[in-house]
Design a protein around this ligand. Structure first.
Ligand SMILES: *[C@@H]1O[C@H](CO)[C@@H](O)[C@H](O)[C@H]1NC(C)=O
Ligand SMILES: *[C@@H]1O[C@H](CO)[C@@H](O)[C@H](O)[C@H]1NC(C)=O
Ligand SMILES: *[C@@H]1O[C@H](CO)[C@@H](O)[C@H](O)[C@H]1NC(C)=O
Ligand SMILES: *[C@@H]1O[C@H](CO)[C@@H](O)[C@H](O)[C@H]1NC(C)=O
Ligand SMILES: *[C@@H]1O[C@H](CO)[C@@H](O)[C@H](O)[C@H]1NC(C)=O
Length: 509
């Protein structure tokens, strides 16, 4: 009996303890948080997770080890700063993000971290590999190195078309705005025109990263390394931060699963150092944070001065994520270099969130039902801001035109007009109305992939078709040719008839 109980205790403790390799080379600190939440979630279930990413390790606990890919951020920040990204046209955005992918990959290939992984015993095996597939294919050869275990992809980004196409989903430019254009799902003819150009253009262009890196990958991983495109076909599932309530609903192939909001913690803790401030704010709290890429201390001095003057004119307490030292602040402003944003947004005294309309922060604001004033800078932030304004969840402000007056006016409108807070509270209720937390969904699918040797069964045939077949270009061409032939025949027959009739008429005359 005792033995049975011990067996039961052990077996319920860890039903399926898998060895998981989780690789994320996405150079954006906030998006790495999303991947880390998923990785630690798998660790807490008892899996042995080896996380490979660009961040210096912060947490260290059982079932979870970390390999640090050093150097990639340094190279990237030396070449790109957020102001450059903010100034890009849509075409430059595509070229710029491709260049970032390549620069980061080249640095990662030379890292000590990768060597550490390649030095694992030749017969070492993982039961599952998870790749962040958002920007590059740099470490795909690890699939070959570890002998093709089940492999799945993640992306904390809201599902760009260049990702859904290789996973076998149809593109939807007639109703899905391209991520860096400020459109909604209801576009004018010209907007749809540009939306088609950028959606198809980027989807056609991006695979060249894979060709461009092919030789470098073979140098690092060995001559017998298959090309990235072939390895990509082995990735059988994509867990995406696409979010039905923040993004627009889309028709997706069955191997793309939306786990939007996965990073939002189930339980909230009030940050200790802010507890008394949060509880004691009689006039409410405004949270101001621009995230981890564009920081508040990067704003121009003039913009910063305008903001501080506006803060002085508000009776609410402002919690400001400001990353450098700053003084001469009004008494109602509290500054922190780093914040537990989601937990603060969950506090009932928080009345307004001023942010950059990034995907992750906006999901947190929706979850906690806090209306927004957003200042978008680049990439998907414009699409998100557009939606926030259209659904009356908040207002938006152009970062190039911030003055004390227009900033204050937006803040007062959102605080004083209850429509914003009512709308976002309704959305928040819907956001929470679900069968299970997205993290649980993601863990289920990771374990499903382990149990069933991947998720190939969910993949549509589109993944194996050449583009002209996937988009039916051959059928459309055939159809047009048929129309032309029928049209020509019809023309000939009518012509013949008329000329005969003409002859008849002439004769009867
Ligand atoms: C490690 O895995 C075990 C199950 O094997 C689990 O009970 C434990 O909570 C995990 N540890 C951590 C720190 O998550
Ligand atoms: C767990 O992962 C670590 C790091 O990759 C590895 O060294 C260790 O051998 C793994 N444990 C098992 C039981 O596979
Ligand atoms: C790997 O190979 C070494 C030596 O050839 C052997 O001692 C070890 O048990 C093997 N490990 C596994 C997991 O097969
Ligand atoms: C902005 O302010 C900082 C600190 O006060 C100063 O060092 C810097 O030169 C200023 N920049 C401009 C462009 O005025
Ligand atoms: C600041 O507030 C005062 C009254 O409290 C008002 O008269 C003034 O116009 C405000 N300034 C701005 C820039 O809104």
């Amino acid at each position: 009996m005792l033995q049975f109980l011990i067996w039961l205790a052990l077996s319920t403790k860890c039903v399926l303890c898998a060895n998981i390799l989780y690789v994320s080379l996405l150079p954006s600190p906030s998006h790495q948080i999303w991947n880390r939440v998923f990785a630690t979630g798998l660790g807490k279930k008892g899996h042995n997770v080896t996380l490979v990413d660009l961040e210096k390790n912060k947490e260290q606990f059982a079932n979870y080890s970390h390999i640090y890919i050093e150097g990639a951020y340094d190279v990237m920040y030396s070449k790109f700063d957020p102001w450059v990204l903010a100034s890009y046209t849509p075409t430059q955005t595509i070229a710029g993000t491709i260049e970032i992918s390549i620069v980061v990959c080249e640095a990662a290939l030379e890292s000590q971290g990768l060597q550490q992984l390649l030095n694992y015993p030749p017969n070492f095996s993982f039961d599952l590999i998870i790749f962040d597939v958002t920007l590059d294919c740099c470490f795909y050869p690890l699939i070959h190195r570890f002998n093709y275990p089940p492999t799945i992809g993640t992306s904390p980004w809201p599902l760009p078309s260049f990702l859904i196409y290789p996973f076998g989903s149809p593109l939807q430019p007639s109703y899905t705005p391209w991520y860096a254009l400020p459109y909604t799902d209801d576009m004018t003819l010209m907007e749809r025109f540009w939306n088609h150009i950028f959606t198809y253009g980027e989807t056609a262009f991006r695979p060249h990263i894979k060709n461009q890196l092919e030789e470098k990958l073979m140098e690092t991983f060995g001559e017998d390394t298959p090309p990235p495109k072939k390895l990509e076909a082995h990735i059988s599932l994509l867990l995406s931060n696409h979010d039905l309530l923040l993004n627009y609903p889309r028709a997706l192939a069955p191997n793309i699963i939306s786990v939007g909001g996965l990073h939002i913690p189930k339980t909230k803790e009030i940050p200790e150092d802010l507890e008394s401030i949060l509880n004691g704010a009689k006039n409410g709290i405004i949270l101001f944070s621009l995230g981890t890429n564009m920081q508040s201390d990067f704003l121009t001095n003039q913009t910063q001065r305008s903001l501080v003057n506006a803060f002085a004119n508000l009776s609410e307490t402002i919690i400001w994520k400001y990353e450098s030292d700053i003084d001469n602040l009004p008494r109602n402003v509290v500054v922190r270099k780093w914040l537990r944003q989601s937990d603060i947004l969950g506090h009932p005294n928080v009345k307004l969130f001023i942010g950059h309309a990034g995907g992750l922060g906006t999901q947190e604001a929706i979850y906690h039902g806090v209306p927004m004033v957003c200042i978008p800078f680049f990439l998907d932030q414009h699409v998100n801001a557009k939606k926030i304004v259209r659904e009356k969840l908040g207002l938006s402000l152009d970062y190039k035109k911030i003055t004390t007056e227009n900033f204050l006016s937006r803040v007062r409108q959102v605080l004083d007009n209850p429509v914003y807070s009512e709308n976002i509270k309704t959305l928040s209720r819907m956001y929470r109305d679900r069968k299970e937390f997205p993290l649980e969904t993601a863990i289920f699918w990771a374990e499903y992939a382990i149990r069933n040797n991947g998720c190939q069964i969910l993949n549509t045939q589109t993944r194996n078709l050449p583009p002209y077949e996937a988009f039916n270009l051959d059928i459309v061409t055939l159809f047009i040719l048929m129309c032309i032939v029928v049209g020509l025949l019809f023309y000939k027959v009518v012509n013949l008839l008329f000329s005969k009739l003409g002859i008849l008429k002439l004769k009867t005359n």
